[in-house]
Design a protein around this ligand. Structure first.
Ligand SMILES: [Zn+2]
Length: 94
């Protein structure tokens, strides 16, 4: 199953995303940098959990669309459906 976290109201998905990734440390996240471009990370990658992304400061982790899944291959197939070009994070090497 692929889950989507993406703010409707500023910051409204931030806590759900943090909660889900902390409960699924072995899962994967597609972080959309643009409509047609995304980066694949491990759920625990530090690049997804920067301390500067704080809703109380008007910045949310889920300002950018995120698709999450326990299954790497399934997530990549789902991303390919959106004709997304997908790069792999060189920091967490998912
Ligand atoms: Zn990463």
């Amino acid at each position: 199953m692929v889950l989507e976290f993406w703010d409707n109201e500023p910051g409204d998905q931030h806590d759900e995303f943090d909660d889900w990734t902390s409960r699924h440390p072995d899962a994967f996240v597609l972080n959309y940098l643009a409509d047609d471009r995304a980066m694949l990370h491990k759920a625990v990658c530090a690049k997804l959990h920067g301390p500067h992304q704080n809703p109380s400061e008007g910045k949310s982790r889920t300002q950018r669309r995120k698709l999450c899944c326990d299954d790497r291959r399934f997530l990549l197939l789902r991303g390919a459906k959106d004709t997304v070009s997908i790069d792999v994070c060189q920091s967490c090497k998912p």
